[in-house]
Design a protein around this ligand. Structure first.
Ligand SMILES: [Zn+2]
Ligand SMILES: [Zn+2]
Length: 441
């Protein structure tokens, strides 16, 4: 059997990428998040016993052989993991732990092997411990070292770290039957570790890549003529700039700063602890964020907001900060207020000088919760400011990656407008329809 790549979902949207690489002996599926997220309503709970098939019926998860348990597979009229395994190996790759790439893990058959980097696995275990996953924890997750090849059936996989706004992100070089497939996951060149993305590009460029599957988020909005780009856009905010700007805000204000960010971007939080400490402030975090930081940076001084954690559960090394402590000396603190604890803002309306939002949920004004957050802060009289840094490569660097790798076939996805992705250095570009199969000959 020839090597095939089947493009199931996540082709003209941001997230929910589902691709299968299949040979006569094995099948590899990546990623396993949620597609068509607009079909989900957090106020309508899933039916636990039918969750996998309900989600796959909508196209939120893939309707495919070899990944679900017997009862869900039967409803979907596909082969269960056990039935498929009798014919060939089946496994899942997860490039990183954003919900659009891993939200469906709890719906898989519990025995299917799921490979992710060791850092991703460390983070996944903390997400599970903090009830920060959708559905059950997946039991058979395997942490792999970036740069070390592993093999399942006749498929060889080399995970390589990339820079993205979450700990543990990677892309994959997949080799089988003399063919090489490169899947980028999500990546950028303006984070703390652009050298990782650069090394990923160079490693892929050394190969003859038959199929390059790249994210292309940043060509989603507005018209982009990729072929005419000759330099990166000037003045874009980087992770380093963000730290500087936040430091300046801390210096300029005598009151309390409230902040909302994405806790899985652990390195940003780690750096922020340091930045704020340089400006004489303590960053006060909720219990979950403290746990994520501690898992990767055990030396960091941690200040946990006492309203989020009972004293009996607090590790001795974590300092306790109460509402009264902050009200007494607001200029000495920066307080993380995630969406669930937004009403805490009401207690600080007299002392908070700003609410700084940098990529925490709710992520943008397409989400009704975002508009409600703005309305609440306005009612409190607390000025809102957005200081986001994208996790995705801008179009110039997207073309740089493609031009450098020079694949025989290019498939851009993870974008509302993948048709805007252009390069003169590829054999051909394919924009597959949902369910389309490409045979690598
Ligand atoms: Zn994504
Ligand atoms: Zn991502």
């Amino acid at each position: 059997m020839a090597v095939t790549a089947k493009f199931i979902n996540g082709l003209k949207e941001i997230g929910g990428t589902f691709v299968e690489i299949e040979t006569g002996a094995a099948k590899c599926v990546f990623d396993f998040g949620y597609a068509k997220g607009g079909l989900l309503d957090r106020d309508i709970p899933l039916r636990p016993e039918f969750a996998a098939s309900d989600l796959a019926s909508f196209g939120v998860l893939p309707r495919t052989d070899g990944v679900y348990d017997e009862s869900n597979a039967k409803i979907l009229n596909v082969l269960s993991y056990e039935a498929f395994k009798a014919q060939k190996e089946c496994f899942v790759l997860v490039s990183h732990l954003h919900i659009d790439h891993m939200g469906g893990l709890g719906r898989l058959h519990p025995e299917i092997p799921v490979y992710m980097t060791e850092d991703s696995l460390t983070l996944y275990r903390r997400l599970v411990e903090n009830d920060d996953v959708q559905g059950a924890a997946h039991e058979n997750c395997i942490g792999v070292k970036p740069g070390e090849t592993f093999r399942v059936g006749d498929i060889e996989v080399l995970p390589l770290e990339t820079d993205h706004d979450v700990k543990g992100a990677c892309g994959f070089l997949i080799k089988t039957q003399g063919k090489t497939i490169c899947y980028t996951g999500d990546y950028r060149f303006h984070g703390f570790h652009r050298e990782l993305t650069e090394a990923f590009v160079q490693a892929a460029a050394k190969e003859t890549v038959d199929l390059l599957i790249t994210e292309s988020t940043m060509v989603s909005h507005g018209d982009v003529d990729m072929l005419s780009l000759c330099a990166p856009e000037a003045g874009k905010r980087t992770e380093e700039n963000l730290q500087q700007e936040l430091g300046e805000r801390a210096k300029a204000s005598t009151g309390l700063l409230l902040v909302d960010f994405y806790p899985r971007n652990v390195e940003r939080v780690h750096r922020l602890i340091e930045t704020m400490s340089r400006h004489g402030r303590k960053l006060v975090l909720n219990d979950m964020t403290c746990d994520y930081v501690h898992a990767f940076y055990p030396e960091d001084p941690l200040y946990v907001y006492a309203e989020t954690m009972a004293d009996a559960q607090r590790p001795a090394a974590w300092n306790r900060v109460t509402r009264a402590d902050i009200l007494a000396q607001p200029g000495q603190y920066v307080l993380q207020l995630d969406h669930e604890s937004l009403y805490e803002a009401l207690s600080f309306r007299a002392v908070a000088t700003a609410f700084l939002h940098f990529d925490g949920p709710p992520f943008g004004d397409y989400d009704p919760a975002y508009r409600k957050m703005l309305a609440l802060l306005e009612a409190c009289g607390i000025p809102f400011e957005r200081l986001g840094v994208s996790g995705h490569a801008e179009p110039y660097y997207l073309r740089y990656l493609i031009d450098t790798i020079q694949p025989r076939i290019l498939v851009p996805l993870h974008s509302f407008r993948p048709e805007q992705v252009q390069s003169n250095k590829v054999g051909k570009r394919i924009l597959p329809e949902e369910g389309e199969i490409i045979r690598l000959l």
